[in-house]
Write a protein that binds this ligand. Structure first.
Ligand code: ADP
Ligand code: MG
Length: 237
């Protein structure tokens, strides 16, 4: 689904951290919000999922204005670095949980959990508790749990930050595969330019609460719009 932020403004106390941001996320694309620590990436993601209210502007999911809808009433899937699995539930129960909240039938839940387990390739782990999983497996389960409700948008905030280098590489391509296979619209927040380049259709580079350039990865390398963008991207991988 197309997601539109129109003139989004966010303040904390008397500090404006995002001012008049416009962002048009195309249906089915994976877009990176890339930039240095503190530039406002997570704040933007939190506004889309509704964890934070907005102090100005509008947010549309398709044609629907969700600006003042609370988080529970938005159909979003989130995978955050610190948004842990429920430790007392096994993998099956973790994935089923969003559907139980929606009071879906047992048959539907069985079917959808199975489909998600196949999608993220953890069918043999359904009986395990989260502590019995590797970091990469935990992120697969988190993705399944986020996607099981068929959200309008998948929001990923530094989902690879806690993984070791080898798993990070593996999960880069796995997250991209899952996104493409489901065709879901997704936003990836990262401070890692290689991650953004290798996983996303388009990259929005942020600095100081603003989007300073928004383009496809190759275009950004060829035509950085400023010294900041050129410096931040460094050399092509
Ligand atoms: P990023 O995710 O790009 O590292 P954030 O969106 O988390 O950056 O933060 C953007 C700015 O807003 C930072 O200066 C941060 O200190 C500030 N900020 C974020 N959350 C809060 C909050 N709850 N209260 C006050 N300031 C905040
Ligand atoms: Mg952040």
């Amino acid at each position: 689904m197309r997601i539109l932020l129109d003139s989004f403004t966010k303040t904390f106390g008397d500090v404006t951290v995002i001012k008049d941001m416009n962002l048009d996320i195309k249906s089915g694309e994976m877009l990176a919000l890339l930039g240095p620590s503190g530039c406002g990436k997570s704040t933007t993601l939190f506004a889309i999922c509704g964890i934070h209210g907005m102090d100005g502007g509008r947010l549309l999911f398709g044609d629907k204005d969700v600006t003042s809808l609370p988080s529970q009433k938005r159909n979003v899937g989130v995978v955050f670095q610190n948004y842990a699995l429920y430790p007392h539930m096994n993998v099956w129960e973790n994935i089923a949980f969003p559907l139980k909240i929606q009071k879906r039938s047992k048959a539907v839940i069985e079917k959808e959990v199975q489909a998600m387990a196949e999608l993220v390739q953890i069918e043999e782990l359904l009986d395990r508790k989260p502590v019995q999983l590797s970091g990469g497996q935990q992120q697969r389960v988190a993705l399944a749990r986020a996607l099981v409700r068929k959200p309008d948008i998948l929001l990923l905030d530094e989902p690879l930050a806690n993984l070791d280098a080898k798993l990070r590489l593996e999960m880069r391509s796995e997250i991209r595969r899952i996104q493409q296979q489901t065709g879901i619209t997704a936003v990836l927040v990262t401070h890692d330019q290689v991650e953004a380049m290798s996983m996303c259709d388009r990259i929005a580079i942020m600095n100081g609460g603003k989007i300073v350039q928004l383009s496809a990865p190759e275009e950004m390398y060829r035509n950085p719009s400023s010294d900041f963008v050129a410096g931040f991207l460094g050399n092509p991988p």
